[in-house]
Ligand binder design. Sequence first.
Ligand code: TRP
Length: 362
Amino acid sequence: MSNIILTGDRPTGRLHLGHYVGSLKNRVKLQNESNYDDMFVMIADAQALTDNFDNPSKVRDNVIEVALDYLSVGIDPNKVSLFVQSEVSELTELTFYYMNLVTLSRLQRNPTVKSELSLRGFEGSIPSGFLNYPVSQTADITAFKANIIPVGDDQLPMIEQAREIVHSFNSIYGDVLVMPNAVLPKSTLECRLPGLDGKAKMSKSLGNCIFLADSEEEVRKKVFSMYTDPNHIRIEDPGSVEGNMVFTYLDVFCKPGDFEKYLPEYKSLDELKAHYKKGGLGDVVIKKFLNNILQEELRPIREKRKELENNIEYVYESLKKGTKHAREVASKTLKEVKDSMKINYFEDPSYLEEIKNKYKQQ
Ligand code: TRP
């Protein structure tokens, strides 16, 4: 069996550090391993329209922003097909046939859909397109026969729904679709990096993000505004590291060698934490340390982005090339799907034979 990787994001804003640790870093790692046959990363503009249908220019503007973010973190369009969902119309066609295999109540029970409905105030009058997006996501996955779907844990109900549809399709029409598997980030922290305010997951709508495209100064300002321990008022006061975002981020981003380079007075994160807990360590020191670490991580991404912004046609051509390949693959699958459903009247020569025989004059 071949290994096909597929994943994607809705283009509703620039990507941030949460996306970076939760998925982008891992995608770059995956693309550089050689144990897969094909890899796709999709810009899910059609899905983004299911809850932004009244704001199409937001989606349009962010298609290229997200593509820039992908390429700046190191996704290589020669290894990965980067594509735009709406340009692969086969996906919409597959969605229509899969809709027969899902009940309304099953969609309404999907936990991700449920929480998004309440977040968007859609509960009273649910747009059917929105309710149906898990079905369209099943099309995204199955069109490429993807078996490896690297996602955050919020997407587990989507993959579960896709698995049910695949099972149901294959048992009715024959074994055509491939069963997808979700692959989650290693740690829960990486799965959902909290925002700068420590309140919830980093998210654009909550305004608690560091964006990959932020300037050095913006990143510094944001790090210095991070939520630490409100009871740690004077340097001498003992401080708490739990729920302290600077330490949470250090847990995620601090690498061997960082102390030597930026804070040689300490040997390890444990030692730094112990001092903070005991008292006598100010927030400015730990924030400066985190800022240095994040700047080192983000600098090459920012520089790559600048380079790509000056060569935007390359980004556009990469998307176009990836989309072309995606269409070729998806149209093959669509053909198999339609063959198995017996809706291939003009492609299947035996159809004419069948009807000729049936209506032959006796
Ligand atoms: N729902 C995903 C998100 O909100 C984006 C997405 C669309 C996706 N289709 C997909 C992810 C298929 C993985 C596989 O981020």
